[in-house]
Design a protein around this ligand. Structure first.
Ligand SMILES: Cc1cc2nc3c(=O)[nH]c(=O)nc-3n(C[C@H](O)[C@H](O)[C@H](O)COP(=O)(O)OP(=O)(O)OC[C@H]3O[C@@H](n4cnc5c(N)ncnc54)[C@H](O)[C@@H]3O)c2cc1C
Length: 375
């Protein structure tokens, strides 16, 4: 009999796992807390690396569709000094497909494809070891059991407590994500400033990064070292005007065109950066595992979605290759070993990266781009 498999969370990791299982004809149930596919704004853009996110898409049979949707030109990188001087201006060759960008929403739709996701199914608790398998409790009071539950439910995973007591901790860096719409028509000056890909400016314990999304949208990330309660007197949920005026004040003396990215943004989201410990592992629990941010939340420096997707694809292939329950448990164990080793390496790299990118010495950040020559 086929094992009953539940994937908790329909992010890049969970959907890749389900898509590859589905491609191999293996039944799978995806349980997603969001009430509908487009219930939330999808967010910005992801760069998918050859050998990581792109390899996962190959395993899902989605590479051709990805080639059509993705933006190789989005790999372009401009670095400015805080006074507006251009320090680096790099554009990829037309055939460079090492890390093309794709909108998160497009990636989600691509991965959703034929999947029958159960929307509005927020999991509240995962209880392994019951007589009928792993018991899931849902926010609406329902309960279901499965043979294998994969927690792909992100930073604040409700699956994680079934295998680990570890919780994320604050890095000391907060990001405010801001959005600019229709830049090409409304603000061609800002469109030129950002270019086809990313713009980054590094100051003392501060950074502003802007990234082009398709359709004339730009996401702007203001990053700064602050205590968690820095915003005690601000209403960060609704008060766009307060954010427009308070954010540029944190970047006092920076060039006006750079600050205009914040002054003209229309929506803001407050995101303190949390991480799990660099080498997060756990004692194997039969019937439950984690992948992606649920397993190894790290600073958002271009690895998290790539790892989550690759893990999803690899776990799916291991499940398909396991003929019975004993082999399935062995497959999950060896998947975990492989995931911990690789994610541990990336967690160290991204933790060190965040220290340098938002650091007291902006030269530390610039040194990370020494290989990016001015074009
Ligand atoms: C600003 C920013 C930029 C980034 N850029 C990149 C990049 O360029 N490249 C890259 O590789 N990574 C990037 N990352 C990191 C990347 O976004 C994450 O690592 C990635 O989304 C993790 O995927 P995931 O599937 O593990 O979890 P998530 O994307 O967090 O998905 C989890 C899903 O689970 C659902 N869920 C949560 N709780 C429950 C529950 N209790 N029950 C049911 N469902 C639940 C959520 O609704 C969500 O759909 C970036 C992150 C940020 C913040």
């Amino acid at each position: 009999m086929r094992q009953r498999i539940a994937v908790v969370g329909g992010g890049p990791g969970g959907l890749t796992l389900a898509h590859v299982l589905h491609r191999h004809g293996h039944p799978v149930t995806v349980l997603e807390r969001d009430p509908a596919p487009h219930a939330r704004p999808p967010g910005g853009t992801l760069d998918l690396h050859a050998g990581m996110g792109q390899l996962a898409l190959e395993k899902a049979g989605l590479m051709a569709a990805f080639q059509t949707l993705s933006r190789p030109e989005g790999q372009a990188m401009r670095i400015l000094d805080t006074d507006g001087t251009v320090l680096r201006d790099w554009r990829p060759r037309p055939d460079d497909r090492a890390n093309p960008e794709i909108d998160r929403g497009q990636l989600r739709d691509l991965l959703l494809g034929p999947l029958d996701v159960r929307w509005g199914r927020g999991v509240t608790q995962v209880v392994p070891g019951t007589h009928d398998g792993v018991l899931l409790h849902f926010a609406d009071g329902r309960q279901e059991t499965y043979d294998l539950v994969v927690g792909a439910d992100g930073a604040w995973s409700r699956t994680r407590p079934a295998v680990s007591s570890v919780t994320p901790h604050y890095t000391g860096v907060t990001t405010v994500e801001a959005s600019l719409d229709d830049v090409d028509t409304r603000r061609p000056d800002l469109a030129r400033l950002v270019g086809d890909g990313s713009l980054a400016v590094y100051g003392v314990n501060r950074a502003i990064v802007a990234q082009r999304v398709s359709g004339g949208h730009v996401k702007v990330y203001a990053q700064f070292r602050v205590p968690l309660d820095w915003h005690a007197e601000l209403d960060l949920t609704d008060d766009v005007e307060a954010m427009r005026s308070c954010l540029p004040a944190l970047f006092d003396g920076w060039a006006d065109p750079v600050l205009d990215l914040l002054r003209h943004s229309t929506a803001f989201a407050h995101r303190p950066l949390y991480v799990l410990p660099v080498a997060h592992t756990w004692t194997h629990v039969p019937g439950v595992t984690l992948l992606g941010d649920a397993a190894h939340l790290m600073p958002p420096l271009g690895a998290g979605a790539n790892l989550a997707m690759l893990e999803g694809a690899e776990l799916a292939e291991s499940i398909v290759a396991a003929p019975g329950p004993g082999e399935l448990d062995e497959a999950v164990r060896s998947f975990e070993e492989q995931m911990w080793a690789r994610a541990g390496r990336w967690a160290r790299i991204t933790a060190a990266g965040l220290e340098r990118l938002v650091s007291p010495d902006p030269a530390e950040a610039l040194a990370l781009f020494d290989h990016v020559q001015p074009s």
